[in-house]
Design a protein. Structure first.
Length: 297
């Protein structure tokens, strides 16, 4: 009983837990971003899988259990996109920080080798005015912008680790904003799940169906253990429960332990509904027209 009470308090007041999960999501994005530059898929893929599994467990604690897996998957995808876009911006930010602006001359250019339908970038070898080569790999563009002998202003990496880029190419504003937007989407999913879990707990306390009950509606159990009382509660559920997106009214057979499915089908038939015999996945489903009807008394 104490465990249930603690769980209910947590789902009714989920702000501290949601803040903790949000901090974990941001920490995971930052940590995987740092690891992405040092390690390959052999390490990163298992880490992303563990990240998703841990998120599923944490999201379940917010109370919206029926959507925890999908929410965790959405957070993992947006986190992955945030890391990917931030990785794209990393070189540009580094070049802006330590690069030196120079005027160089194009002395050679060539196209990347053809690889199926993949786009072919243009490569340029650059030299300083004194004839020394600009350090680093060749500059790249997606289109033929510069001819041989063309003078161009670029940012060069004194260490020779990064490609020279024009100041316009090295602008990482778009990538930074995109990475931040994906991170905010992940945090928004945490906040939405916290609200949904809190709403479910509050409505449960008042005996009302929650916002997530459109998929699965559970009967409110009480002290009524007789078969007649269970039949009356089933009739009330069939009258008041909302249908899901496919038009089915769902109830849980565990809430009616004294009723066989054939008797439940008879009660539904008396109310103008039919009991579905296939695809129930542990629930009883009722609708005016069904694929296969449960025989009734």
């Amino acid at each position: 009983m104490r465990i249930d009470e603690a769980r209910n308090r947590r789902t009714r007041h989920p702000v501290p837990l949601a803040v903790g999960i949000g901090c974990y999501v941001l920490a995971a994005i930052a940590g995987l971003f740092l690891l992405a530059d040092e390690y390959g898929p052999a390490l990163l893929v298992p880490l992303w899988i563990v990240h998703g599994a841990l998120l599923t467990l944490l999201i379940r604690k917010l109370g919206a259990k029926e959507s925890s897996t999908y929410t965790a998957l959405f957070i993992v995808i947006t986190s992955l996109m945030s890391v990917y876009v931030a990785t794209m911006a990393r070189d540009d930010l580094t070049l802006q920080r330590r690069g030196e602006k120079v005027t160089a001359t194009v002395v050679k250019k060539w196209l990347d080798p053809a690889q199926g339908r993949k786009g072919r970038d243009y490569n340029y070898t650059l030299e300083h005015q004194d004839g020394t080569r600009v350090p680093g790999p060749a500059m790249k563009t997606t289109s033929d912008r510069y001819g041989i002998g063309r003078r161009v202003t670029v940012l060069e990496d004194p260490r020779g680790e990064l490609r020279p880029r024009t100041p316009g190419q090295a602008d990482a504003t778009g990538e930074s904003l995109g990475s931040g937007a994906f991170a905010l989407a992940a945090l928004g999913a945490v906040g939405w799940t916290a609200w949904r879990g809190s709403d479910t707990a509050r409505r449960r306390d008042h005996g009302k169906p929650s916002a997530g009950m459109r998929r699965t509606c559970k009967a409110v159990t009480g002290n009524h253990t007789t078969r007649e009382a269970q039949e009356e509660r089933l009739r009330e559920a069939l009258r008041t429960y909302p249908a899901d997106r496919r038009g089915y009214i769902k109830v849980q057979p565990d809430d009616y332990p004294g009723l066989p499915q054939r008797r439940a089908a008879r009660i539904a038939w008396e109310m103008g509904l039919r009991a579905e015999a296939t695809g129930n996945r542990g629930s009883w489903r009722f609708k005016e027209t069904v694929i296969e009807e449960v025989p009734h008394d």
